[in-house]
Design a protein around this ligand. Structure first.
Ligand code: TYM
Length: 337
């Protein structure tokens, strides 16, 4: 576990598509909750990012509310911190346009997430998917945030955010945007697919068997863990014994993250045993973590009016911070004010 920073402006975002999974939770949302104690936190449901691939409009609206409910159920404190949906604060789009003009095409071409998502058929994807990282930089810098809790897959986007901030400051000869630090957990930064330990756990995987979703029932969790791919060797007692065993590594990593233990101590406990006892223990701890979040989410989604109100208030608070910053950036680049 990394030590939690304090006194920072924290910003992070999640796409309101599908149901968030254990990777989203262990890689990001859990840190969002922990970091609230000693920092000013701004959390965003990035509906504009979601639109970079086709979304059914009604489903996107519903999932935005459901995602808000899940985050609140997981412990985001909307009285002390800010939770809102991206499209409700126009400053993001305005700053993103400026960043589209600051970032270079060569920088975009290096983005591995675009390459992964677009695959071989790049020409058929939206232009939005290509400039997606510039909008992400705008999300962060519209608040001059300097700490961004994310999973490993977002590291390159944070590096790009710093490149954009630096180029902006350099081009306009002003020390305006701060340096941004990513906050990436040590053990749970990349949770892998339960059916293939070489693939990231992902919402876009067609089969839900490879991921634990934050609204799965106790039985679904137990069955997915029971059927998770493993191997024929017993669990090792030392870390070296996990080499070339991606599925075993992933299950141990999940257990260590959920129980807040080191991988070493989990291996000491389960080393030499087969997977079946370990999988039962893993399913039990996951059920204990997910059940209260699932149950609280159910209550919250039953009152969409309340969720809308929370997001609207969040957007007003977010706007009050972002508006002067983005307005100043617009002045710096030469827009009439
Ligand atoms: P998104 O919606 O794909 O994922 C939300 C968060 O979950 C983390 N994550 C994982 N962590 C560990 N293991 C996994 N298998 C896993 N899958 C996802 C992601 O790293 C992320 O932290 N571009 C972002 C959203 C975004 C954003 C931002 C984040 C938009 N603007 C500004 C930070 C700051 C995304 O698509 O996350």
């Amino acid at each position: 576990m990394l030590s939690i920073p304090s006194g920072k402006v924290v910003f992070s975002g999640i796409q309101p598509t599908g149901i968030p999974h254990l990777g989203n939770y262990l890689g990001a949302a859990r840190q969002w909750v922990d970091i609230q104690k000693s920092n000013q936190c701004i959390y965003c449901l990035v509906d504009m990012h979601a639109l970079t691939v086709w979304q059914d409009p009604q489903t996107l609206r519903q999932q935005t509310l459901e995602q808000a409910a899940i985050l609140i159920a997981a412990g985001i404190d909307t009285n002390k911190h800010i939770l809102f949906n991206q499209s409700a604060v126009t400053a993001h789009a305005r700053l993103a346009w400026i960043f589209n003009c600051v970032a270079r095409i060569g920088w975009m071409n290096r983005m591995t997430q675009f390459k992964d998502k677009a695959g071989k058929n790049r020409e058929a994807h939206s232009a939005g998917l290509y400039v997606y990282p510039n909008l992400m930089a705008a999300d962060i810098l519209a608040y001059k945030a300097n700490c961004v809790p994310v999973g490993e897959d977002q590291r390159q986007h944070i590096e790009l955010t710093n490149d954009i901030a630096q180029k902006f400051n350099h081009d306009y000869q002003i020390d305006f945007f701060p340096k941004v630090d990513e906050f990436i957990p040590k053990t749970s930064a990349k949770i892998m697919n339960l059916r293939d330990g070489t693939k990231k756990m992902s919402k876009s995987d067609p089969s839900a068997q490879g991921r634990i979703e934050m609204l799965d029932t106790d039985d679904e969790i137990a069955s997915k863990i029971k059927r998770a791919k493993s191997d024929s060797e017993p669990l090792p007692s030392e870390i070296e014994g996990l080499q070339n065993r991606p599925e075993a590594t992933n299950l141990i990593t999940i257990y260590a993250a959920v129980t807040d233990k080191s991988i070493e101590s989990v291996l000491q406990q389960y080393g030499g045993q087969g997977f079946s006892t370990f999988k039962t223990a893993l399913a039990d701890v996951l059920v204990e973590i997910i059940r209260p979040i699932r149950e609280e989410t159910k209550k919250l989604v039953a009152d969409p009016g309340h969720l809308k109100k929370v997001l609207k208030q969040g957007a007003e608070k977010a706007s009050a911070i972002a508006e002067p910053i983005v307005s100043e950036a617009e002045y710096i680049v030469g827009f009439l004010k």
